[in-house]
Design a protein around this ligand. Structure first.
Ligand code: NDP
Length: 293
């Protein structure tokens, strides 16, 4: 049986530690950290993710405000809303939830957020700082994956890490972090994507396999080396009449088959998702001047 990399339990521990740090440092005069989120339109998974972020903030004691803007919001209207929050000195983190409706230019929006408040680490300045190994903020999902691995004693150093997916949110920052000469890095990294030929022949060579694709149960048991460490990032909804909501969440790996071969595996749900939120909260506190270690 594989070890379960329990991101839910680890994130609870991280959040409890953050709450303790917040209470202690606020009593010494630091301002309450504050996160503002923005969502354009009503894409349901985004609403669910934002709720999880809100819950975590409230539990820790981080101030939280969510702006839900109408689907037809223009670039100019969004710029104005972002600019207002950029100028509000009581807000330490601003996150514009992706995906945005297709008429909005996602990269341009990422550039609007003041780099000092860009707790998602999407602004080119912050991406550049990450790239040179001097990050202002940790990219939330990538850092969550690395912290989860380290917490269970699986240091990527010297290992062959195969990341499936090259998105700006997950695959690309994770590849950089795992490659850098730093804690949680020093891996030999292979990045695969939709044009990669014979993907199973590459995933089978992974000591650490990180699928971040968005394709339900695509990675089969025989795509994985015996004894590999597997961190499943994908979150996919598959219809399930036995559930009240009509669907269940599965990852990018066929869990039963892969668990039988892996040494350790992060499940979906309960693996990377909660870790992402814990790192976001850490970033908001760091942005507000807190010592978060
Ligand atoms: P994107 O759609 O932006 O990226 C998907 C990546 O997978 C792309 O690089 C794409 O390649 C690659 N890909 C698609 N099909 C294949 C294939 N058949 N073979 C190999 N590679 C393929 O998604 P995200 O990175 O935003 O998200 C990926 C998954 O992770 C989703 O399920 C998302 O819900 C989940 N997620 C989970 C988070 C968490 O906190 N747990 C946070 C963020 C995302 P190409 O570049 O060539 O198109």
């Amino acid at each position: 049986m594989a070890t379960i990399l329990d991101g839910k339990a680890l994130s609870e521990k991280i959040r409890a530690g953050l709450k303790e740090k917040l209470d202690r440092q606020m009593s010494r005069g630091l301002p309450r950290p504050f996160l503002t989120t923005m969502q354009v339109g009503g894409y349901l998974p985004s609403t669910v993710y934002i709720r999880a972020k809100q819950r975590a903030c409230e539990e820790i004691g981080i101030g939280f405000r969510h702006y839900k803007l109408p689907e037809e919001t223009s670039m100019d209207q969004l710029r104005e809303a972002v600019s207002e929050v950029n100028q509000d000195s009581s807000v330490h983190g601003l996150l514009v939830q992706s995906p945005l409706p297709p008429h909005l230019d996602e990269i341009a929006v990422q550039r609007m957020v003041k780099p000092e408040k860009d707790v998602d680490c999407f602004h080119p300045e912050n991406v550049g700082l990450l790239y040179i190994g001097q990050p202002r903020f940790q990219p939330c999902t990538a850092a969550g994956i690395i912290e989860l691995l380290l917490a269970y004693g699986y240091d990527p150093a010297g290992k062959h890490a195969v990341i499936v997916g090259r998105s700006v949110i997950v695959g690309r920052p994770l590849a950089v972090m795992m490659m850098l000469k730093q804690r949680g890095g020093n891996a030999t990294v292979t990045v695969c994507h939709s044009l990669t030929r014979d993907l199973p022949s590459i995933t089978r060579r992974a000591d650490v396999l990180v699928p971040a694709i968005g394709a339900a149960e695509m990675i089969r048991g025989d795509w994985v080396k015996e004894g590999a460490i597997v961190v499943d990032v994908g979150i996919n909804r598959v219809p399930d009449a036995s559930k009240k909501r009509g669907y269940r969440l599965v990852g990018d790996v066929a869990f039963g088959e892969v668990e039988a071969r892996a040494e350790a595996i992060a499940p979906v749900p309960g693996g990377v998702g909660p870790m992402t939120v814990a790192i976001l909260a850490t970033n908001v506190m760091r942005s507000a001047g807190f010592d978060v270690g």
